[in-house]
Design a protein around this ligand. Structure first.
Ligand code: NAD
Length: 424
């Protein structure tokens, strides 16, 4: 067995975190059994005609973990690492996240095992539409509502919504627009959904500073991932006077002692499929040096399992704000906690996205249109409320932030099961 194969998977991590919390809160054993499994795991294989006329077969996934609190909800990811085990872990995290935020949703996740950079836009459109068709009525506006994730965006959601709606009778089509969230504003999308996740990451960091009697002015941060989450979080942080020292993506790692311009880097990356490589505003450094940079805040906003026993020791930040889902594995987390680093856990830190998605879903369902300032105010109110709930739990129970967030999230689902019982 290789070293790589021995590493705990994201699924191992999520189950360990769940078991630790279940022990700590004395979770009802029947509910523990239910929450430890995923309800449905769908794998679809589908053919798509490529630009050169050849047919390629793709594999897509959708895992639905739990729907005790409402329809399944969670992103679709296009990445070579997507498989059923990762989708299971990510679906479970979504259940905790929607529950913690007090939303009427359960958790799901899925995607296609591809590197989208290898395909043209027209091919990606056909792949997305054919995947949607293959999922059929396993998704739906009151059943399972996908959203953007790694390498998918508002355009992807527009294709899914259009394909799904096209399979319905003409009189029913418009009632199905909320089958996905994260759509473009002109196609039923919500003003501000694009920035909702990054804004939530920033807000959680700001609230933690406020609780400590500090501001963001002059605070130094480093960010892994300069996609939707990394970009928007960095933009809001620098607006409040924080300094972006370093940024790493799949192609390069940049470092500049007096700070990197977020706007200039964004303009550079836009025509390069999001890549930060070749930016003349900051020199490249060795990617391995990223984790050990002296800073106040580290934001992992790329993929899972990035902070592990192999690099956690090097981390100098006082706060790790998890923009990504599952970026810290359990061994890495123990090292960070022992060093006195506060981890704002993913299910709290990046919940702005699903909160924004909920508002989009409500807006579509009720035929309403909300303005950007209204939306941002609603997201801020919701995140602030959840942040303080978790903060209080941390001090009441004397536990770390992840355990506190899990206790609240799982406690809400436990209450729902106890109130309504198990069918039949
Ligand atoms: P994205 O596709 O817009 O950006 C991903 C970024 O990660 C890119 O900059 C890419 O280059 C970088 N990256 C990929 N592999 C990398 C590697 N090996 N090393 C360093 N960087 C790498 O994706 P996103 O929507 O910003 O999502 C990022 C993370 O945030 C994911 O974990 C996702 O699940 C999570 N998340 C996203 C949302 C959302 O609304 N988009 C909501 C909640 C959580």
């Amino acid at each position: 067995m290789t070293e790589e194969a021995k590493k705990p998977s994201m699924y191992d991590n999520v189950l360990q975190q769940f078991n630790k919390t279940a022990d700590r809160m004395n979770l009802n054993p029947n509910i523990r059994r239910i929450l430890a499994i995923t309800n449905n795991e769908l794998i679809v294989h589908f053919p798509v005609k490529m630009d050169n006329g050849e047919v390629e077969i793709f594999t897509g996934y959708r895992v639905q973990h739990n729907n005790a609190l409402g329809p399944y909800k969670g992103g679709l990811r296009y990445h070579p690492t997507v498989d059923v085990e990762d989708a299971k872990a990510l679906a479970i995290w979504m259940t905790w996240k929607t529950s913690l935020a007090g939303l009427p949703y359960g958790g799901a996740k899925g995607g296609i095992q591809i590197d989208p950079r290898n395909y043209s836009l027209a091919e990606l459109e056909r792949i997305t539409r054919r995947f949607t068709y293959a999922l059929g009525d396993n998704i739906g506006p009151e059943l399972d509502i996908p959203a953007p994730d790694v390498n998918t965006n508002a355009q992807t959601m527009a294709w899914i919504a259009d394909t799904y709606m096209s399979t319905k009778a003409p009189g029913e089509r418009s009632q199905n627009q909320h089958v996905v969230t994260g759509k473009p504003v002109g196609t039923g999308g919500l003003e501000g959904r694009d920035r909702a996740t990054g804004f939530g990451v920033y807000l959680n960091i700001r609230l933690l500073h406020e609780s400590r009697g500090e501001t963001l002015e002059g605070k130094k941060f480093i960010v892994q991932g300069f996609g939707n989450v990394g970009y928007w979080a960095s933009k809001f942080l620098t607006r409040d006077g924080a300094i972006m020292l370093s940024v790493q993506d799949a192609h390069a790692t940049l470092y500049k002692e007096d700070g990197i311009s977020v706007d200039d880097l964004y303009e550079h990356s836009k025509p390069r499929k999001g890549s930060i490589q070749g930016f003349d505003g900051a020199p490249e450094i060795d990617p391995a040096d990223f984790w050990g940079i002296e800073c106040d805040i580290l934001i992992p906003a790329a993929l899972g399992n990035q902070i592990t026993a192999s690099n956690a020791d090097q981390i100098k930040a006082r706060i790790v704000a998890e923009g990504a889902n599952g970026p810290t594995d359990n061994a890495g987390e123990k090292i960070l906690l022992d060093k006195g680093i506060t981890i704002i856990p993913d299910i709290l830190c990046n919940s702005g996205g699903v909160i924004g998605s909920y508002f989009e879903w409500l807006q579509n369902r009720n035929g309403e249109l909300w303005q950007l300032d209204e939306v941002m105010a609603k997201i801020e109110k919701k995140i602030t409320e959840v942040f303080h709930k978790v903060e209080n739990k941390v001090s009441e129970e004397q536990v770390d932030w992840r355990t506190a967030a899990y206790m609240l999230a799982i406690g809400r689902i436990e209450t729902a099961y106890i109130q309504r019982g198990i069918f039949p």
